[in-house]
Design a protein around this ligand. Structure first.
Ligand SMILES: Nc1ncnc2c1ncn2[C@@H]1O[C@H](COP(=O)(O)OP(=O)(O)OP(=O)(O)O)[C@@H](O)[C@H]1O
Length: 329
């Protein structure tokens, strides 16, 4: 349903020269340098997928989303949404798209939220009954009644984001492109937005592409994650596969009831090569070990640890997702 074939975006940026009046001179300068923001990216997103699109600042995420929505034209390559190009058939394609740029508000600053919805409905030729039905559906999910009559400029950041999300859903699009919809929100507001997005995907079958710097958003919402770095796709797959590929160690802490006996040939000379894990700390009746899930399973590890004493308690920590992502960046 969304097909992206080898899209590339190169910007021409005027070169600003050093020296006095350089700013003025560069106005007349014809020198440019090229910046490739997105380099030959391809992917497909199926109906009902919830995909995270992540990468460091300046990686090319917003530029990709702008090409997907038809705001920008790719320098080369092609985007097809339901088989249509958003560049060539913008009017037709946007009927099926909802877009939220978390850093920008699509509502009218001085008007009550409700009036903004009326204007958007008129602009996009949405029938009043249809708009009311959509708002009715979202009223409870987004708690719209709390601020319908409030001017947008008086909304809290969390309320504004909820109002913005409702606006993007007024025409009931199949596909949502969300660029940092949880930016700057507190824990509770993030939780509300995540709940809403989860419901849109699971209960209403919406296809969602989500850009965010919040790895909790990704872990809690997305089945699939695409990582973009320096304009190129560095990873496209599931989160468990990504964990496995990066192979950071899982930490297991074991407490024994009474004595424990670590075989001496393992601890001698720090020679632990025969174990499928490393002993990081041995302290009285407890052990902390690191194991790599690519090389062994938790069951195998526990089987060995069980031979060393009477296990009382086991605590496992998966590698932190944020840390995994930093490894890719
Ligand atoms: N209109 C433009 N003209 C020139 N360069 C641009 C333009 N838009 C984006 N760029 C450059 O393209 C690169 C990618 O920018 P983009 O906004 O897509 O990154 P991003 O991944 O969304 O970053 P962030 O996480 O900071 O929002 C950056 O180096 C940026 O400076």
């Amino acid at each position: 349903m969304i097909e992206v074939r080898d899209i590339r975006k190169t910007f021409r940026i005027p070169v600003v020269k050093e020296g006095a009046f350089s700013g003025v001179r560069s106005l007349f300068s014809r020198e440019y340098r090229e910046k490739t923001a997105v380099q030959d990216i391809s992917f497909r997103i199926r109906k009902g997928d919830f995909v995270g699109y992540i990468g460091p600042n300046g990686a090319g995420k917003s530029t990709t989303i702008k090409m997907l929505t038809g705001i920008l034209h790719p320098t080369s390559g092609e985007v097809l949404i339901h088989g249509q190009s958003p560049q060539k058939n913008r009017r037709h394609v946007v009927r099926n798209l909802g877009v939220v740029f978390g850093q920008r508000c699509q509502l009218w600053w001085d008007l009550p939220v409700k009036d903004s919805y009326d204007i958007l409905a008129a602009m996009y030729r949405i029938e009043p009954e249809f708009k009311e039905r959509q708002l009715g559906m979202m009223r409870e999910l987004l708690g719209l009644d709390e601020f319908m009559a409030t001017p947008v400029r008086k909304l809290s950041l969390g309320q504004r984001m909820r109002a913005d999300l409702a606006a993007s859903m007024l025409h009931n699009p199949d596909i949502l492109f969300l660029d940092e919809p949880t930016i700057g929100l507190d824990v509770i507001a993030k939780k509300n937005i995540r709940g809403f997005l989860k419901s849109l995907n699971k209960d209403f079958g919406k296809t969602i592409l989500l850009t965010t710097h919040d790895m909790d958003d990704i872990e809690q919402l997305c089945e699939r994650v695409m990582v973009i770095n320096h304009g190129a796709l560095a990873y496209d797959g599931s989160i468990p596969e990504l964990r496995e590929r990066i192979g950071l160690p899982s930490v297991i802490r074991v407490t024994y009831r009474g004595a424990m006996q670590v075989p001496s040939d393992i601890t001698a000379n720090g020679d632990m090569v025969r174990l499928p894990f490393t002993i990081e700390e041995q302290n009285g009746d407890s052990l902390t070990i690191h194991c790599n899930r690519r090389e062994t399973t938790a069951m195998d590890v526990l089987r060995i640890l069980n031979q060393w004493g009477d296990v009382d308690d086991v605590h496992m920590e998966e590698p932190d997702f944020e840390e995994i992502i930093h490894r890719i960046y």
